[in-house]
Design a protein around this ligand. Structure first.
Ligand SMILES: NC(=O)c1ccc[n+]([C@@H]2O[C@H](COP(=O)([O-])OP(=O)(O)OC[C@H]3O[C@@H](n4cnc5c(N)ncnc54)[C@H](OP(=O)(O)O)[C@@H]3O)[C@@H](O)[C@H]2O)c1
Length: 283
């Protein structure tokens, strides 16, 4: 067990779920002056700060980092942690996007951040989730569920493998990894139970909202052009659609009993929580 934890990114989608699980251990949430503190568990201690500046670490011996590692703040944070010698244990949430073979503006920054963590003297653990889904706060499957509930046709761009991870499985894994000495100085991929093709992912999402969907194949370059013109999504996001995103989780399962649920189970829960499942009745 660890002592005083600073939770970075506590007001975010993942950080909020981690905050709920850590609440009984009296962690400190790092918040910006602009952060929405209403999403934090009642009574959680907060310290104002920003990753662009040295963190307020008085009394803190553990950092759980659920903000992006793609903004360039991590090497400076590691220098601070090493200089102050207050923190010994740190869990960093990175992303499987570091494995992309596509040109990506943030990949080099993320790799530099991971390298800074890995070369530090901390008892670090890096967790690399795939796409996270499961509540209205996700920016992916909640939109897909609303789309397939409303429209009978879905444009299918490529048919790559996906392996999204359900928010509760990931938040539980962050806590288990934090408390598992076997995870120190190691990096892990965290993904759903098994990969599925994008077509199966869309069909599964449609089925849990009680719809049948017609998939309309769209050439990749046409979708990239539409993305550039519409600016609703970026060309990089469209190209990522067509890239396989399946990741082995054998080490993760072995070292800290990671046993994530299937996409079918997770997306059913999400559809129910959004009131989109066919049996859902508003009281
Ligand atoms: N969401 C996904 O599908 C996904 C997939 C793979 C990996 N990940 C990784 O998982 C982690 C969490 O993602 P998420 O979706 O939960 O992110 P999120 O919802 O965007 O939350 C980001 C958090 O970081 C905080 N933050 C951002 N800039 C900050 C700064 N300069 N100083 C202090 N705090 C700052 C935000 O505070 P405010 O509330 O003030 O904005 C917020 O609490 C990230 O490392 C992300 O790369 C996410």
């Amino acid at each position: 067990m660890t002592d005083r934890i600073l939770l970075v990114g506590a007001t975010g989608f993942l950080g909020g779920a981690v905050a709920a699980r850590l609440a009984h251990r009296q962690p400190i949430a790092l918040v910006r002056s602009s952060s929405d503190r209403s999403v934090l568990p009642t009574g959680m201690e907060v310290r104002e700060g920003d990753l662009a500046w040295p963190l307020p670490l008085d009394g803190v011996d553990t950092v759980v980092y659920c903000a992006s590692m793609g903004f360039g703040h991590v090497p400076g944070l590691i220098r601070q942690l090493e200089a102050e010698h207050k923190v010994s244990r740190a869990v960093f949430v990175s992303t499987t996007a570091v494995f992309t073979s596509l040109p990506s503006a943030s990949r080099a920054v993320r790799l530099e951040a991971e390298a800074a963590v890995q070369s530090s003297a901390l008892d670090w653990t890096i967790l690399r989730p795939t796409m996270i889904y499961g509540t209205a706060r996700d920016r992916n499957i909640s939109r897909l569920l609303r789309f397939v509930k409303r429209w009978p046709v879905f444009p299918l761009c490529g048919n790559a493998l996906w392996q999204p991870i359900y928010i509760d499985d990931l938040a539980d894994a962050v806590i288990t990894a934090l408390d598992s000495p076997a995870t120190a100085r190691k990096a892990y991929n965290l993904a759903g139970a098994e990969p599925l093709t994008f077509a199966d992912l869309v069909r599964t999402a449609a089925s849990v909202v009680g719809r049948r969907i017609v998939l309309l194949p769209v050439p990749l370059e046409a979708a990239v052009l539409a993305a550039r013109l519409s600016r609703v999504v970026t060309a990089e996001q469209i190209r990522r659609l067509a890239e396989d995103k399946a990741f082995g989780i054998t080490d993760t399962a072995r070292d800290f009993n990671f046993a994530p649920r299937s996409f079918a189970d997770g997306v059913r829960l999400e559809a129910e929580s959004l009131g989109l499942a066919p049996s859902f009745r508003k009281r």
